[in-house]
Structures are given as structure tokens and as C-alpha cells.
Design a protein around this ligand. Structure first.
Ligand SMILES: [Mg+2]
Length: 451
């Protein structure tokens, strides 16, 4: 078997002639038909290699972040071979309002990316194949992938439908090197699901996540503890997980464009400008971060449950906005009850037609779990904060401060309708939906949403 690792410097990223151990696909291995099926070669375990790697990672955890490549689009292409090689765009349909959720690599050539309005995606690629998201199908495959990963390590933390962290500290020794183990994971995923994943290996979660995005699709980037500085130094600050356009802008005004510059900046000054977030950014710039992978069976309460929707047309009609909030509170409420939670905090998000976005939250005195309670709070937040005569483009509701619902009788906190009664109504509606589908029953007031 050919060697699988080479020392390379990723062009334009690491710069300054620095070298990083970066695992790349073995080009020579592509020749044989068998190797085509197995793009990665497997190294035989030898004790010297293990010893060397043990030394490199001594005192550190070995964390892997796996990120499925163009997940939704790849699943559709896998299920319908005619879509292979085509620009497939998942999300809203042309002619309707909505945004791109994921698109295939063929569609990315046209400049299409996630969160782009569908109309813009259609303008860029009229020949694209636009498909609606099919959540249950993606969840099904996602569980398949998690089951494969679980065969490698029990310390597995699902991070989103297409991402997971795996702690392979110590376990990698069976494979010779951490990279060999992760390559096997990638191969196993590909051979069983036909889908590819990109991976990053580092000593904490944030570095592993940044690394997995470096070489997509089907890539593997290794950041050994000794190479963290070289890895981060010349990366643009926006590569950091959690730095959005606003923070990026503020940092560039301070002359901070790379993570190296961020690391050199005075932490007290950062804290003054960005608060706690500033100190956290400084830590990340030095490669420090959380390395605890919380296994799925120890997952704490879901932190929040939310849904949002882009309205069919921009509107300032309170009736239409309220009807949409009714639908959202029903969806959020159902998901929350399905997970066995009740909530104490409700957040309303709204976006005006000029894309300015606001969110307002309210903490309640008691826990609630009915759709109506969520809806009433959302409407109060809307009434208190909405600027009249400005058209709305998007609304969203999120519930947080969740705790397990233990079936305890609720205090009657609403004047006209008590929460306990509403909660019972929701339970009955949930049962009907379980049998006949989510669209089998809803509230009459929801029907105004299309007006
Ligand atoms: Mg992904």
C-alpha cells in the first residue's frame, strides 16, 4: 500500500513557507479499480508509528469533526441517479419565496450557496434542478451515518443533521494513526451510504470543526497539537466558527484580518469592544477551546427549539403575520412536546422587507407547553415591537429554557383559557397528527396566513 500522508503547505492558506502535516488523497492509488472504490489507503499498524503519534498527542484529546458533503443534495443525487452530475438545489422552489438550504457541487459552480434567496439562485442557474427539502429522508440517512460512527467510538456527539464530533482519544491506536482511523470512517460512510464526508482532526472541537471545512469534499485535514499556530496564523478571521459579517467588519476596522493578528491583539481591548465574546475570540485565536465531546446518551436538554418562515409576500397585515405565528407556534409546540419538554422563554424573530432583522425574547413566570401559550407570547412580543406600516418578510419563533415535562398540573396563568386545558387539547391534536400526518388537523386561525 502506498503511504497515505505527505507534508504539504496548502496554497494561500498557511503561507510563509510553513509546512503542516496535511493528509491528502493518494493520487497514485487511484489507478487500480479496487482503489477507486477505496480512495484512501490503509496503513498497517506498526508500533513505531503508534509511539510517534502517542508522543505528538500526549496530554491532548483527539477530536474528529465529520461534516457530510452537500448532504441534502448528495442524498437526492444518490436516490435518483439521473440527478448525478447535475446542479441540484434544495430548498425553496422557483416562483415561490424561499432560500437555498443546500446545493450540489455542480450548482456551486454557478455561485449558488446556502441561504441565498431561491429567486437569485434561479437567476444564476435557470437549468438547475430545484427540489423541496425532505426532512424525514435526511434524518433517516443521518441516523445511518451516526450508527456507522458509533461502531468506531462510543463518544459521539451529533452536532447537526449532517455533522458530528467523535472523541477517538486512545481508540486511534488500533489503526496506527488518528488519520488512518478517520479515513476508515470516511470509507465506511461512503461504502454504506454512497455519500462522502469531510473530516478535521484536532485536540479540541473548534479546531476540528475549522479543519473539516478546509478540504471539501471528501477531504481530511489534520491539525496536530504542535502545528496549531501554523494552521491558524494566516487564516482569515471569518473562518472562525461564530464570527459573522458584523464581527468580521468590526475586527477589520481594528486592522484584524487574520487569526494570527487576532491572537496578537490585546485581550483587554477585545473584551472592552466585544464583551465576553471578545475574550472567547482571543482564546480561539490561540487554538484553545472546549474538547468535551458529550455523547448522545448524555446530551443535556435541547437548548432551544425553533422554526421560521419566509412569508409568500412581504406584508404589513397583522392578520397574516399572526396567522403565520399561529402555524409556527403549532410546529414549535409539537416538536417541544414530542421531545418531552416545556418552556419558560419565548423568542420572536422578524425581518422587514429591507432585510433588517430583529429578535425579542420574554421569560415567563411559569413553564408552558401548549401551542396557544407560545402563540400568545409571540403576539405580545410582536405587538410591543413591530413598527406599523413596515412590511414583514420573515417571522420565526424559538423556545428555550426547556425542562422535562413531568405531567404536573399547571398553574392557571391565563385569564380566559387555562394552560392545563390547552395542553390537553395539544396532546389530542398530537395523537391525531401521529396517526394521520402533520397536516391532518390545525387551527382555523392558521388559514389566514395565505391572505
Ligand atoms: Mg455539511
Amino acid at each position: 500500500m502506498p503511504a497515505e500522508s505527505k507534508k504539504i503547505a496548502a496554497p494561500g492558506v498557511f503561507g510563509k513557507g510553513r509546512e503542516l502535516t496535511h493528509l491528502i488523497r493518494d493520487e497514485s492509488a487511484k489507478d487500480s479499480a479496487e482503489e477507486k472504490k477505496r480512495p484512501w489507503s490503509i496503513r498497517k499498524v506498526d508500533t513505531q508509528t503508534i509511539g510517534k503519534n502517542r508522543h505528538k498527542w500526549s496530554g491532548h484529546k483527539v477530536i474528529v469533526h465529520l461534516d457530510m458533503d452537500a448532504f441534502f443534495a448528495a442524498i437526492e443525487q444518490q436516490h435518483c441517479p439521473q440527478l448525478k452530475g447535475q446542479p441540484v438545489i434544495i430548498g425553496g422552489l422557483p416562483g415561490y419565496r424561499g432560500v437555498v438550504s443546500t446545493c450540489s457541487y455542480e450548482a456551486r459552480v454557478f455561485g449558488i450557496k446556502s441561504a441565498m434567496p431561491t429567486a437569485e439562485a434561479f437567476r444564476r442557474c435557470p437549468v438547475g434542478i430545484f427540489l423541496e427539502t425532505s426532512g424525514s429522508k435526511y434524518t433517516y440517512i443521518s441516523i445511518d451515518v451516526l450508527n456507522i460512527l458509533r461502531e468506531f467510538s462510543p463518544i459521539l456527539e451529533p452536532f447537526s443533521i449532517d455533522e458530528a464530533f467523535v472523541d477517538i482519544t486512545g481508540i486511534w491506536e488500533r489503526y496506527g494513526t488518528p488519520a488512518s482511523m478517520v479515513k476508515e470512517m470516511q470509507m465506511m460512510i461512503e461504502s454504506r451510504t454512497g455519500l462522502t464526508a469531510s473530516a478535521g482532526i484536532a485536540h479540541n472541537k473548534i479546531l476540528a470543526k475549522m479543519a473539516s471545512g478546509m478540504d471539501k469534499p471528501n477531504g481530511l485535514t489534520l491539525v496536530e497539537p504542535g502545528t496549531v499556530g501554523a494552521f491558524l496564523e494566516n487564516l482569515p478571521v471569518e473562518t472562525v466558527w461564530g464570527i459573522g459579517p458584523a464581527t468580521q467588519n468590526a475586527l477589520s476596522q481594528l486592522g484584524i484580518l487574520t487569526i494570527g493578528q487576532l491572537a496578537m491583539y490585546d485581550v483587554y481591548a477585545l473584551r472592552k469592544i466585544f464583551g465576553v465574546h471578545g475574550a472567547a475570540l482571543h482564546e480561539i485565536a490561540h487554538g484553545r477551546g472546549d474538547s468535551t465531546v458529550t455523547p448522545y446518551y448524555h446530551q443535556p436538554h435541547e437548548k432551544s427549539i425553533g422554526h421560521e418562515t419566509t412569508l409568500p409576500n412581504d406584508t404589513d397585515s397583522i392578520d397574516v403575520i399572526r396567522a403565520n405565528l399561529r402555524v409556527l407556534s403549532e410546529r414549535v409546540g409539537r416538536r417541544m412536546r414530542k421531545s418531552g419538554y416545556e418552556t419558560k422563554r419565548i423568542k420572536l424573530k422578524f425581518r422587514y422587507s429591507d432585510f433588517s432583522t430583529f429578535s425579542r425574547e420574554r421569560t415567563l413566570t411559569d413553564y408552558v407547553r401548549s401551542d396557544l401559550a407560545i402563540f400568545q407570547q409571540a403576539v405580545k412580543l410582536l405587538d410591543d415591537n413591530l413598527q406599523k406600516a413596515r412590511a414583514i418578510r420573515l417571522v420565526g419563533i424559538t423556545v428555550s429554557h426547556l425542562r422535562e415535562f413531568k405531567g404536573v398540573a399547571q398553574v392557571e396563568i391565563f385569564e380566559e383559557l387555562c394552560e392545563k386545558k390547552n395542553s390537553c387539547i395539544c396532546d389530542v391534536m398530537d395523537k391525531i397528527k401521529d396517526i394521520y400526518g402533520d397536516k391532518s388537523i390545525t387551527y382555523l386561525s392558521s388559514s389566514f396566513r395565505y391572505k
